[in-house]
Design a protein around this ligand. Structure first.
Ligand SMILES: C[S@@+](CC[C@H](N)C(=O)[O-])C[C@H]1O[C@@H](n2cnc3c(N)ncnc32)[C@H](O)[C@@H]1O
Length: 405
């Protein structure tokens, strides 16, 4: 089968505005054509859309925050995901606004006619954003089933002397975008991010490597997720642990944003209620709780230390790593593990932030616990961004194993 052509995410395909004069007229027109195809699709048959796609569109390897690489997730669905991705849309909106502000002065256009054509195309994409805002406000909540293959072979569990092979676990998530106030940039946890998918895939592929086994955790460990967002990691753990023999875990997914917490709570209920799809499953204790890393309130249910802390894509501000270090120092048992999966973004305001993890956890003022041990990064592993996962500005992921030494 030949690869399908679909637009790349704006964040990874649009050139910096300051370099517009270095572009060829044809590439600017092609980029505007791609944005138009993405955001103003014609209501025609699939065959016409395929034929009318600009010929020089790059082939995409990224579908926003989608993780389901299964056969059913066709290009059309991935195009929808990209179109609905608020980050990508905001990026495109800023770029188009900047483009229109500069268009009259750009020297790369060979004629006034082509300049006017470009201005018209950019204006029509921008105009479509504003009309969609009004039409779609009620209709932007997306619920999806995500499937993961849980490999039980490495988990030291056997039934009738036979290894257990693998099982599929399904996590149903709502990305709570409905009624979202676009001016609120603090509700990033209403979407699931690439790092959460990469970490969940890893937990399922090699649970023993991450010490998610009965041997390592016992039957009733306490696990706390920090900055849980939609709750993918915590909910997946609630499904994985009973299947690897950890029968009674308590998993507490925390976040600080009230709307994010409400959505998180709804996602937990959806996945662990007897009327939900997983009717025969054993129900572990999975809770949502408020926690702000900057001013942590460790009252119940967060009053007991955790055997495991987990967090994905929670470092995107220079202060985050220090806040998380101080929280972890209070919340992690002396022999506990903190799995921290960082998303590396090397552009714009995120440049350099990934380095704050090492500086904070292994800095000179490392935190000591009452036993005199220091919270330290024990291991670091890098993961490339897999096809179909994450956004265009996510260059790689780093998994830190943090503990007391
Ligand atoms: C980029 S999202 C990642 C969400 C989720 N872990 C994932 O990977 O999909 C960052 C999350 O951290 C939360 N967050 C940001 N600052 C926080 C703080 N000071 N205290 C607690 N949570 C915070 C946000 O509300 C959001 O849910």
């Amino acid at each position: 089968m030949s690869p399908a052509r679909r637009p790349l995410p704006p964040s990874s395909s649009l050139p910096p505005l300051r370099s517009l004069n270095d572009q060829l007229e044809s590439s600017i027109l092609s980029l505007l054509g791609s944005l138009h195809t993405l955001y103003c699709p014609l209501p025609t048959s699939q065959a016409f859309e395929a034929n009318s796609a600009p010929k020089d569109l790059p082939i995409a390897a990224d579908s926003g925050y989608a993780s389901d690489n299964d056969e059913n997730s066709g290009d059309e669905e991935q195009g929808f995901e990209l179109r609905d991705d608020p980050y990508e849309r905001a990026f495109a909106e800023r770029w188009l606004t900047g483009f229109l502000g500069r268009a009259e002065d750009l020297t790369c256009f060979e004629s006034d006619e082509s300049r006017q054509g470009a201005i018209d195309k950019a204006s029509s994409v921008l105009a479509s954003f504003f009309s969609q805002d009004e039409e779609d406000l009620e209709d932007t909540e997306i619920t999806r089933d995500y499937h993961f293959t849980l490999n039980l072979d490495s988990c030291e569990i056997e039934r009738d002397g036979e290894s257990m092979g693998s099982q599929t676990i399904t996590v149903q998530l709502t990305d709570g975008l409905a009624g979202r106030d676009n001016a609120d940039h603090t509700d990033v946890g209403l979407q699931s991010w690439g790092a959460a998918f990469v970490f969940t895939e890893l937990m399922c592929a090699t649970p023993a490597q991450l010490k998610f086994t009965k041997g390592a955790l016992g039957p009733a460990p306490r696990i706390i997720e920090l900055g849980a967002g939609t709750g993918l990691v915590g909910i997946a753990l609630g499904k994985i642990l009973p299947r690897v023999g950890v029968s009674s875990p308590t998993i507490i997914a925390t976040d600080f944003h009230p709307t994010v917490l409400a959505n998180l709570e709804a996602n937990i209920t959806k996945n662990f209620s007897s009327t939900g799809q997983d009717k025969d499953a054993i129900f572990p204790t999975v809770l949502a709780a408020p926690l702000n890393w900057e001013t942590p309130d460790l009252s119940p249910p967060l009053d007991k230390q955790a055997d495991v802390l987990v967090a994905t894509d929670v470092i995107y501000d220079p202060e985050h790593a220090l806040w998380l270090r101080d929280c972890a120092a209070r919340m992690l048992k002396p022999n506990g593990i903190f799995w921290l999966m960082l998303t590396v973004r090397t552009t714009g305001k995120f440049e350099g932030i990934s380095e704050t993890v090492r500086a904070s956890f292994n800095g000179r003022d490392g935190l000591r616990n009452p036993q005199g041990r220091v919270l330290t990064i024990l291991d670091e592993e890098r993961f490339a961004r897999p096809d179909g996962i994450g956004r265009g500005d996510e260059s790689e992921y780093r998994l830190f194993r943090i503990g007391w030494v």
